[in-house]
Ligand binder design. Structure first.
Ligand code: 13P
Length: 358
């Protein structure tokens, strides 16, 4: 079928994948943002969620480093007290609005313990059409894959289920004018080595691109949001950043077609500084890179900002300055030019949580 959105999808994907820019993932579900607000004593109500997202989007100069922002559904339809839609703020600031469309994870009964399938395909086409009308131009769907030698995870069943779900989601998005961010996240939970992570990640990505091809998804109109290839969070001898960069780049080169315009890594529990340095190393590593290799960070762009803000209006300018500084650092890392030391109150604090949900 000819897709009337084909040219637009390609343009949107290319614009998000601009040199020196990446994505701000601010799409925490209501439950998850509550977990972020709790340590800084901010009540998880609609007004505070709106206020927080509004000041993130109003940060002056943000679009120099941020090309797209992923929103939770509530934020896509939210307005300032003066009645201005938050999406308008993004558009005026030259940041493309995106929308998280998955509905979280449900367990797969006969897979390994704890393996899940991402929910949200029912009615997705109609939702995408609504989101497009409201101004969204790209979408996100997160599918998690666990590594656990004691249970046999990941199983072929879970990989098939998750990658096929992502491919079906991607085709529905493209049918409705949204660029799908394809996010198969191999979790960093576990004590496995980087070699095991590389093997599993490569296996998952091969299955992912086969599924995308089976669904005839337009590769020029997607963005890949993967994990970096790293040792497990509890690995006794974690690999250094240069090794992470080498394994990650090798895996990208082996699997991801050059037709895909952008790779936007998730931070997955790394500290802000670690996530920035890792991206910088990948972009500095020798070898072929036919894609814009960048970031789509949630935790690694917001940890210090939340610490600065603490729910007080007086702290908003300082919190915005921190967001700008961390975004700039990541923008430089996209170019392989980050010199270190961008700062931030929580820059070196791990954002890792076991069994994290978004
Ligand atoms: P983190 O950068 O916090 O891993 O999350 C990004 C994201 O959007 C996960 O779906």
């Amino acid at each position: 079928m000819v897709n009337k959105f084909e040219d637009e999808l390609k343009q949107t994907a290319l614009k998000v994948a601009s040199a020196g820019k990446g994505i701000l993932a601010a799409d925490e579900s209501i439950g998850t943002i509550g977990k972020r607000f709790a340590p800084i004593d901010v009540e998880n109500n609609q007004e505070n969620r709106r206020k927080y997202r509004q000041f993130l989007f109003e940060t002056k100069g943000l679009s120099e480093y941020i090309s797209g922002a992923i929103l939770f559904e509530e934020t896509l339809f939210d307005k300032t007290p003066e009645g201005k839609p938050l999406v308008e703020i993004l558009k005026e600031n030259d940041i493309i609005p995106g929308i998280k469309v998955d509905k979280g994870q449900a367990s797969i009964m006969n897979a390994a313990e704890g393996e899940t399938s991402t929910q949200g395909l029912d009615g997705l086409g109609a939702r995408c059409a609504e989101y497009y009308k409201q101004g969204a131009r790209f979408a996100k769907w997160r599918a998690v894959i666990k590594i656990d030698a004691s249970t046999g995870a990941p199983t072929d069943l879970a990989i098939a289920e998750q990658t096929n779900g992502l491919a079906r989601y991607a085709s529905i998005c493209q049918e409705n004018g949204l660029v799908p961010i394809v996010e198969p996240e191999v979790l960093m939970d576990g004590d496995h080595s980087i070699e095991v992570s590389a093997e599993v990640t490569e296996r998952v990505w091969h299955a992912q691109f086969k599924a995308l091809a089976d669904h005839k998804v337009l590769f020029e109109g997607i963005l890949l949001k993967p994990n970096m290839v790293r040792s497990g969070a509890d690995c006794a001898e974690p690999a250094d950043m240069a090794t992470v960069a080498a394994f990650t780049l090798r895996t990208l080169q082996r699997v991801v077609p050059p037709a895909v315009p952008g790779i936007n890594f998730l931070s997955g529990g790394m500290s802000e500084e670690e996530a920035t340095i890792a991206l910088n190393e990948i972009n500095r590593a020798p070898g072929k890179k036919p894609w814009n290799i960048s970031f789509s960070y949630g935790r690694a762009l917001q940890a210090s900002v939340l610490q600065e803000w603490k729910g007080s209006d007086d702290n908003i300018p300082a919190a915005q300055e921190t967001l700008l500084a961390r975004s700039k650092a990541n923008g430089e890392a996209q170019l392989g030019k980050y010199g270190g030391g961008a700062g931030g109150a929580a820059a070196n604090t791990s954002t890792y949580q076991k069994n994290y949900s978004y």
